[in-house]
Design a protein around this ligand. Sequence first.
Ligand code: GLY
Length: 302
Amino acid sequence: MPRLGWASSGGGKVAPAVIVHGGAGAVPQGEFADRLEVLIEARQAAWQIAAAGGDAVSAAVAAVVILEDSPLFNAGTGSALNRDGFVEMDAAVMDGESRAFGGVAAVRDVKNPVVLAREVMNSEHVLLACEGASRFARERGIPAFDPAALITARQIERWRQARRRNLGEKSGTVGAVVMDAAGRLAAATSTGGMPDQRVGRVGDTPLPGAGSYAEAGLGAASGTGYGEYFMRSLAAFRAVSALRGMEPPAALRSALGEIASLGGHGGMIMIDSAARTFWDYNTESMCTAWRDSRGEGAACQR
Ligand code: GLY
């Protein structure tokens, strides 16, 4: 493992840390290598921004944009199709420093929902949905994107499988957590939701504390899994809050244990206040890539 130096640019006082995920679930083994390649690209993009003195929010958003643009993941291009056969996406960004949060839900016509979520975060709102989110995008100069261009052959096949037997690989939500060189934390998450979900169904991703959470001096987390259970347990908030009395591995275990006790499963990535990256899951697999002062890596299974 390479040992990394302390970031010195941008007046930073800490080593940055980045961790990204491409969803937890039953990722086909044959896709591990391709997914890891994109995750490493996303990690590097975030790392370069953070190490050059950029802010954690910009770094996390940059990483998620790369993952949204990859058809391999269930976010942006390549999102799951809902019951009527089209895409509705959720995304969120949280700045741990200001505790500002921006979410978009069931948005259909933007290429990168995470970019729109950042615009919401920088407005007077916390969450915008459906048509209202689209109108807000246009106001902020984010162009309309052809919803048909978000649909991939892979997701059409997955949708067919889900409709036939309610089966199919459901992983692919993406997320990034960053601590920048000034010690600021941010989390960003993006998803196309669940295959064959009801029109208008919104998951945990755009809701503060459910799919994403960041709090200065404590930690930040981004989750992936069955959103209903993440919402009911406020999973990301639960995991970060647990850092008050637990080490990060125990905090993640406890949040995932709570989800499991409700009947759900998933995974989560985290950075603590010491700029250390962590991840855990209670599904078959979870693809992540990380880099901090202890080293770097990428894996789909522990
Ligand atoms: N975690 C993504 C979703 O349930 O929509």
